[in-house]
Write a protein that binds this ligand. Structure first.
Ligand code: GDP
Ligand code: MN
Length: 417
């Protein structure tokens, strides 16, 4: 789960990471009041769960896809500016009037950046922060690295730009230091980073405190990613986090109530939110037209591959798990049916602990409760297959049956047209 920049900075500050003073506002008047408290010279920042805001552009809802195209094809002439005519999601304001105007220009608009996709994101809040005089922009992140099986600290002198771009252009410009989880954060890490980032004296000390604090914030919250881009040295020599991104492992949210409360469902895919609400937990929306209901993550991956091999495109990943309740199947079909791009559904079940008859009953119940609006292909094997087949037969359900996975994929691709 991602949180907004202002929330990430609250978490950072609590653990001792230096961040600019500021608060969130939902109206231009509020933004003005905060700017007043901060002395007038502020930066006003759109709060959405996507980066590239500074270079993004604000438009009305019906203009998002054309702006997305412009930003992708002709960034030099369309990218937003922090000062200048092309108003983006991050604006420097030098007075309370300018702060109010900036908030007015940003709030209620759709912000399109290269990271938002064509639909953009509605801006509901802005962060109003004291302006920093930036001398030097760097990059710092801590991710939970699956390959290293350890937290990985990444830093670069090339801050304020997309790190993926830096990694492509000059991989050596990124320092990578895995942290031994048994030893925890060790002071040599601070010294190495300061050295590689070219900081010395008090700035090297401050950097060390900041990185260790970020490490504490990450571990304390089961973060999968904490990113500061840019991490800056100010003209007066302070080292602070100018931007903040923070994601917490969904599976650990139950033990981080405060972070869980920061969830903004408006920022998430609506189908994934519905799936979560209905207890269909392993659901990821994709771009194709074939809905998939499968038990087991490995089988779900194999099913998607086979659909692609047969020339189709999956509309989702869905691992229904070990099903012991037909309503779970109904809910899964409901989520998939809410996706207007779905033109056929493939139910691929390898009954082990999960029983085929429960799945069959679920599909029958779904027909009763929702009405199956698109063709359904079922490939069933394993535990209680005979009982499941009898249920389907007795119900006279109009589904397409397949024996093997290859056959099922071909049939569902054909059914989807
Ligand atoms: P992003 O575009 O979504 O990554 O948002 P950032 O928070 O990184 O802001 C974009 C850029 O705006 C930064 O890279 C800075 O160059 C600039 N910026 C943001 N805040 C300030 C500030 O307080 N002072 C100055 N001078 N520049 C800022
Ligand atoms: Mn940034």
């Amino acid at each position: 789960m991602k949180v907004h920049e202002y929330q990430a900075k609250e978490i950072f500050a609590k653990h001792g990471v230096a961040v600019p003073k500021g608060r969130v506002a939902s109206t231009p008047a509020e933004a003005r009041a905060i700017a007043e408290e901060l002395g007038g010279k502020v930066v006003v920042k759109a709060q959405i769960h996507a980066g590239g805001r500074g270079k993004g552009r604000l438009v009305n809802e019906d203009e998002t896809s054309s702006m997305y195209e412009n930003l992708t094809n002709d960034p030099d002439n369309y990218s937003g500016q922090v000062v200048g005519d092309r108003v983006g999601g991050v604006r420097l304001a030098n007075s309370v009037d300018e702060a109010e105007q900036a908030a007015d220009a940003i709030l209620g608009k759709f912000l399109v950046s290269i990271q938002t996709g064509t639909a953009g994101k509605l801006v509901k809040n802005v962060l109003v922060e004291e302006q920093s005089a930036v001398a030097n922009e760097m990059y710092l992140a801590i991710i939970m690295d699956g390959v290293e099986a350890a937290p990985l600290i990444m830093a670069s002198t090339e801050g304020g730009q997309e790190i993926e771009e830096v990694a492509r252009r000059d991989p050596d410009a990124i320092v990578r230091i895995p942290v031994n989880p048994a030893a925890g954060y060790e002071s040599y890490i601070s010294r190495t980073l300061a050295n590689r980032l070219g900081l010395s004296g008090q700035q090297a000390v401050d950097l060390g405190v900041l990185v260790q604090s970020l490490y504490d914030a990450s571990l304390a919250n089961d973060a999968s990613q904490a990113e500061i881009n840019p991490l800056v040295v100010t003209e007066d020599g302070r080292v602070i986090a100018l931007d903040a991104k923070f994601s917490v492992d969904d599976n650990a949210l139950f033990r981080h109530e405060e972070v869980a409360e920061m969830r903004d469902k408006d920022e998430e895919d609506p189908l994934e939110v519905l799936a979560g609400d209905l207890g269909v937990s392993n659901f990821i929306k994709l771009d194709g037209n074939i809905g998939c209901i499968v038990n087991g993550a490995g089988l779900a991956m194999a099913t998607m591959d086979t659909i692609k091999l047969a020339g189709g495109e999956p509309a989702n990943f869905l691992d229904i798990g070990t099903v012991n309740d037909p309503q779970r199947v109904v809910n899964a079909i409901r989520v998939i049916s809410e996706d207007p791009s779905v033109e056929a559904i493939l139910v691929n079940i390898f009954g082990g602990m999960a029983r085929v008859d429960i799945i069959a009953q679920g599909v029958i119940d779904a027909e009763k409760q929702l009405g199956l609006k698109v063709p359904v292909v079922m490939r069933l094997v394993g535990t209680n297959l005979a009982e499941g087949e009898k249920l389907l037969e007795d119900a006279g359900l109009d589904v397409i049956r397949a024996e093997g996975l290859g056959e099922a994929a071909e049939k569902v691709v054909a059914a989807a047209g």
